[in-house]
Design a protein around this ligand. Structure first.
Ligand SMILES: NC(=O)c1ccc[n+]([C@@H]2O[C@H](COP(=O)([O-])OP(=O)(O)OC[C@H]3O[C@@H](n4cnc5c(N)ncnc54)[C@H](OP(=O)(O)O)[C@@H]3O)[C@@H](O)[C@H]2O)c1
Length: 256
């Protein structure tokens, strides 16, 4: 099990205050990592940092908007300065947008693509600058099953996540020579603030579950094991890969 041990690893998690990101911060800290926590809300970053410290790890809570490209270098450099290095970045911050394709306007398109795709690229770039001088690292991009199969009323979101899967492959090809592994986790439906309201509607819930072979909606903690795998030495010869964490939903969306 030593290969899965994250002791002495420094991990940066964007969107680390809620939902999937929050569970990843706590799960990775329990696996031994010291963690930089990023979201737009400093108080919420501070609150998760307190939980990390209770686990016995070091936490660096830094508020930043990931769509602001200059913030990536500031946060990565601050992480390296305070925590000593950067081994892993998890590009998890993201937003949803549910709008009929006929009504998507340019501002909404740009907002979704900036936060979900542009940020994943530029935060990876800032992290890679530090990792390449340290002998390597791991980049884990949170994409989505929607990036592969498309989603009704979520054209911009699905396009952003398809882009995340694409940059995962391109960056893996380009940065393999620096011993930087770039992979992606593609969640299916996971109950978080992002979709809790929709999932409260019984007909929506039932119709989604009817397309999932494992017959349930995911929980944020379902992502912890796969994230530890991709962040740790256990996955040292895996790069450019997208791992679906979706109860089997990506096999097809027809009712079972
Ligand atoms: N839930 C699902 O079913 C599902 C399925 C597939 C993929 N995903 C992906 O998984 C990731 C996490 O989703 P989630 O469901 O856990 O979402 P969530 O509960 O809404 O949490 C999103 C996190 O991202 C942060 N964030 C959002 N915009 C940001 C920005 N511009 N700058 C910095 N931080 C920002 C939020 O904090 P602030 O708003 O305070 O900044 C929050 O910490 C996303 O990339 C999402 O697309 C989710």
């Amino acid at each position: 099990m030593a290969n899965f041990d994250l002791r002495d690893h420094v991990v940066l998690v964007t969107g680390g205050t809620k939902g999937i990101g929050r569970e990843l911060v706590l799960g990775l800290a329990r696996a031994g990592a010291n963690v930089t926590i990023v979201s737009r809300n400093q108080e919420q970053c501070d609150a998760i940092a307190c939980e990390v410290r209770k686990i016995g790890r070091t936490a660096l809570p830094l508020a930043a908007d990931v769509s602001n490209v200059s913030e990536a270098k500031r946060v990565v450099d601050e992480t390296a300065r305070v925590l000593g290095k950067l081994d892993v970045i998890i590009n998890n911050a993201g937003i949803n947008s549910v709008v009929d394709a006929l009504n998507v306007n340019e501002d909404e398109w740009d907002r979704v693509l900036d936060i979900n795709l542009k940020a994943a690229f530029f935060w990876s770039q800032a992290a890679a600058m530090v990792m390449k001088t340290n002998g390597g690292g791991k980049i884990v991009n949170i994409s989505s099953v929607g990036g592969i199969i498309g989603e009704n009323k979520m054209a911009a979101y699905a396009a952003s996540k398809a882009g995340v899967i694409s940059i995962t492959k391109s960056l893996a090809r380009e940065w393999g020579r620096f011993n930087i592994c770039v992979n992606s986790l593609a969640p299916g439906y996971v109950r978080t603030e992002m979709n809790d309201e929709a999932l409260q509607e019984e007909h929506i819930y039932k119709s989604i579950v009817s397309t999932i072979p494992l017959r349930r909606i995911g929980e944020a903690k379902d992502l912890i094991g796969p994230a530890i795998f991709l962040a740790s030495h256990a996955s040292d010869f895996i790069t450019g890969h997208t791992l679906f964490v979706d109860g089997g939903r990506a096999t097809g969306v027809a009712r079972l």
